[in-house]
Design a protein around this ligand. Structure first.
Ligand SMILES: NC(=O)c1ccc[n+]([C@@H]2O[C@H](COP(=O)([O-])OP(=O)(O)OC[C@H]3O[C@@H](n4cnc5c(N)ncnc54)[C@H](OP(=O)(O)O)[C@@H]3O)[C@@H](O)[C@H]2O)c1
Length: 244
């Protein structure tokens, strides 16, 4: 179903109050997309929402925890109100306790919270978003990490969660290959963000690029059809991406 007055593309971006999520929100909003943004800390989200709105963007900012079912339903309801959903970007992520520590020293409550944010919530949001994404031929973009595939001591909880997200994404991609939607994994590479700083306090991040280093990738991805990128995993800092 196409709404004649609802042609503006819509992205739902989780974890959009800072870091990569904020950069992607600003990029898509600048292209004229409407953006639905979420993060738990209302004040941080409000700063981003105000800036994008002042720049002329259409922004729906909904603070809350993607680990909570009621909040996820609110987010998808916002897309329904806007009339469509083109990209669901599962970017919100946690690494567990700060500083990161060995897996067997990690509190299990934190392990469960990381899995809820990094794995359960993206799958749950994709479940809820599926009907809207089918209408637009939309894309689910799940943010992965090198920690999903390589062994980084002290990043075990995070790495396990991202490995699970990788596999879940590939399976959803295969299961919906004929539905017109796409499911894509993106490893942004090391980027200088609050999350990185909190994971390893004191670690020298000089030389680590800011999230806008990934903009060429997003410019490329936005031009792809869902079928082209369905089930693929991209390294955002390592183009050209067609060859993968
Ligand atoms: N930074 C890197 O070097 C790097 C490398 C590889 C992959 N990645 C991936 O890239 C993505 C972005 O990373 P980043 O470094 O920009 O992240 P970040 O700085 O840690 O920001 C995380 C964002 O997610 C939000 N968030 C966390 N838990 C949430 C929850 N339960 N519900 C709603 N929002 C939540 C945070 O806000 P609140 O805390 O206020 O909720 C914040 O907006 C992540 O998926 C990360 O795993 C990053």
């Amino acid at each position: 179903m196409t709404h004649p007055n609802r042609q503006t593309r819509v992205a739902l971006i989780t974890g959009a109050s800072t870091g990569l999520g904020e950069t992607l929100a600003e990029f898509l909003s600048g292209l004229g997309w409407s953006v639905i943004l979420t993060a738990r800390t209302e004040s941080d989200l409000a700063v981003v929402a105000k800036r994008l709105t002042d720049q002329g963007g259409t922004v729906v900012a909904l603070p809350g925890d993607v680990g909570e079912a009621a909040h996820r339903e609110r987010l998808i309801a916002a897309a329904t109100t806007l009339g469509r959903l083109d990209w669901l970007v599962n970017n919100a992520s946690q690494m567990g306790v700060s500083p990161i520590r060995p897996l067997l020293d990690h509190p299990l409550t934190s392990f469960e919270a990381v899995l809820r944010t990094n794995v359960v919530a993206p799958v749950a949001l994709a479940q809820l978003a599926l009907p809207l994404l089918k209408e637009t031929g939309g894309l689910v973009v799940n943010l992965s990490s090198e920690a999903a595939v390589d062994v980084f001591p002290c990043a075990g909880i995070y790495g396990a969660s991202k490995a699970a997200l990788d596999q879940a994404s590939r399976i959803i991609a295969a299961e919906n290959a004929d539905s017109g939607i796409g499911v894509t994994l993106v490893d942004p590479g090391g980027i200088r963000t609050r999350g990185y700083e909190e994971a390893e306090p004191g670690f020298d991040l000089t030389g680590v690029p800011y999230p806008d280093v990934t903009l060429p990738f997003w410019k490329w991805l936005i031009e792809r059809s869902p079928g082209e990128v369905n089930g693929q995993r991209y390294l955002a800092q390592a183009g050209p991406w067609d060859a993968r």
